[in-house]
Design a binder for this molecule. Structure first.
Ligand code: ATP
Ligand code: MG
Length: 347
C-alpha cells in the first residue's frame, strides 16, 4: 500500500498565516508531488465542539470559511478528499474503544492539551470531551490508515498518543489492523509554531492574535504595525532574538523580496546583520514585512473572494468527500471489531 496522508483543521474561524506556513504550504507541495494513494483533509468540527459546545454557530459557519481557505491556497478537490468529521459515524465508535487503552493520567499529561487548557476559559470545568480529544484524533488518523500527517509542531504529542494506541491495540488483539503514523513538519524552524501578533508563542484562532489569509491589505498593515517591538533609539543595536518581525520574515521572505521591496539588502542575513548593528528603525522593518506578506497573500485573497461567490459548490465537494471517507472508515471499523471479536452478526 502507498502513502495515505491525513490532516485537518478545527473550524473555529478562518485560517491564518500560522496555518499557512505550518501546514497548508506543505500540504500543497505534497499534493503536487503526488506520492500517495489517498490524501484526506478533514474539517474537525466534532473536535472544535469540545471547547465550543456553547457556540455551535461559530463552528458551523467556519466550515465554509475553512474550505474557502483550503481551495484559495491551492488544495485541489480533484486530488484531495475533503470531509467533515462529525458526518463519519465510525469515528466516535473507534474513539470509544480506544479510550480503554489510555490511562486518565496519560491524557491529562499531554503538553499541548495542558497549555491549551491554560489559554481557555474553562475554569474548573474542563469538558471530558476536550481532555479526550487526542484519543478522538487517534481515531481520525487510524480510521483512514494514514501514515503521513502534515501538521504544526503542537500536534506532535497527538501523534505520539496515536502511535501508543496503535501499538497497544495491535499487541492486545494480535492484529496488524492499525498503522503507525508520522508527522511531516516544516523544515523552516520559524514555521513550526508561528507566534501571534501579540507576541504569544503561538498564533491561534482561539487567542485572536492572527493575521488571516482573508485579511485585506489595510488590515494586514494595521496588524503588522501593532506588533510590539523592543523600545530603543534608532541608532541603538537592534535585538533579533525573540523579535516577532524577524520571525515572520524568517517564515515568509525570500531573496527575491529584497529585489522588489528592499534593494539596499541582498537577503535576510544581510538585513539582520545591519539591523543588529543599529540604524534601522522597526518602522522600516514593518513596512518591508507588510510588503512581503501582502505580496504572498494577495493572490490567495483574490482566489478566495472568487470562490466565495459559490458556497454551494464547496458543500458539494464536502458531501462527495464525506461519502468516500465513510467507506474507508467503515472498513477499518469492521476490521477493528473483527480483531476484538465483537463482530457478532458477521460484519
Ligand atoms: P484553535 O485555536 O481553534 O485550536 P489553531 O489556530 O490552533 O486553532 P488548529 O485548527 O488547531 O488551529 O490547527 C490546524 C493545523 O495548523 C495544525 O496542524 C496545527 O499544528 C497548525 N497550526 C496552528 N497554529 C499554528 C501556528 N501558529 N504555527 C504553525 N502551525 C500552526
Ligand atoms: Mg489548535
Amino acid at each position: 500500500m502507498g502513502n495515505i496522508i491525513l490532516t485537518g483543521d478545527r473550524p473555529t474561524g478562518r485560517l491564518h498565516i500560522g496555518h499557512y506556513v505550518g501546514s497548508l504550504k506543505e500540504r500543497v507541495a505534497l499534493q503536487n508531488k503526488g506520492d500517495y494513494d489517498t490524501f484526506y483533509v478533514m474539517i474537525a468540527d466534532a473536535q472544535a465542539l469540545t471547547d465550543n459546545a456553547e457556540n455551535p454557530e461559530k463552528v458551523r459557519n467556519s466550515v465554509i470559511e475553512v474550505m474557502l481557505d483550503y481551495l484559495a491556497v491551492g488544495l485541489d478537490p480533484a486530488k484531495v478528499t475533503f470531509f467533515i468529521q462529525s458526518s463519519v459515524k465510525a469515528l466516535p465508535e473507534l474513539t470509544a474503544y480506544y479510550m480503554n487503552f489510555v490511562p486518565y493520567s496519560r491524557v491529562v499529561r499531554n503538553p499541548t492539551v495542558k497549555s491549551e487548557i491554560k489559554t481557555k476559559d474553562f475554569g474548573r470545568s474542563v469538558p471530558i470531551g476536550f481532555i479526550n480529544y487526542p484519543v478522538s484524533q487517534a481515531a481520525d488518523i487510524t480510521a483512514f490508515k494514514a501514515n503521513l500527517v502534515p501538521v504544526g509542531e503542537d500536534q506532535e504529542p497527538m501523534l505520539e498518543q496515536t502511535r501508543e494506541i496503535v501499538r497497544t491495540f495491535n499487541r492486545i488483539y494480535k492484529a496488524e489492523v492499525l498503522k503507525e503514523c508520522k508527522a511531516i513538519l516544516p523544515d523552516n524552524k520559524a514555521c513550526l509554531r508561528l507566534p501571534g501578533t501579540d507576541g504569544n508563542e503561538k498564533m491561534s484562532k482561539s487567542i485572536g492574535n492572527c493575521i488571516y489569509l482573508a485579511d485585506d491589505a489595510a488590515t494586514i498593515k494595521k496588524k503588522v504595525n501593532s506588533i510590539v517591538t523592543f523600545p530603543r533609539e534608532i541608532e541603538a543595536p537592534g535585538i533579533l532574538d525573540g523579535n516577532v518581525l524577524f520571525i515572520y520574515l524568517d517564515a515568509f521572505c525570500v531573496d527575491d523580496d529584497f529585489k522588489k521591496f528592499y534593494p539596499e539588502f541582498e537577503n535576510l542575513a544581510a538585513l539582520k546583520e545591519a539591523y543588529a548593528k543599529g540604524g534601522i528603525g522597526d518602522g522600516r522593518i514593518k513596512q518591508f514585512l507588510f510588503e512581503v506578506l501582502d505580496a504572498e497573500l494577495e493572490p490567495i485573497r483574490e482566489r478566495r473572494a472568487e470562490l466565495a461567490k459559490n458556497p454551494e459548490k464547496l458543500m458539494e465537494i464536502l458531501k462527495e468527500g464525506t461519502k468516500k471517507a465513510n467507506l474507508a472508515a467503515d472498513q477499518t471499523l469492521t476490521e477493528v471489531k473483527q480483531a476484538m471479536g465483537i463482530n457478532y452478526f458477521g460484519a
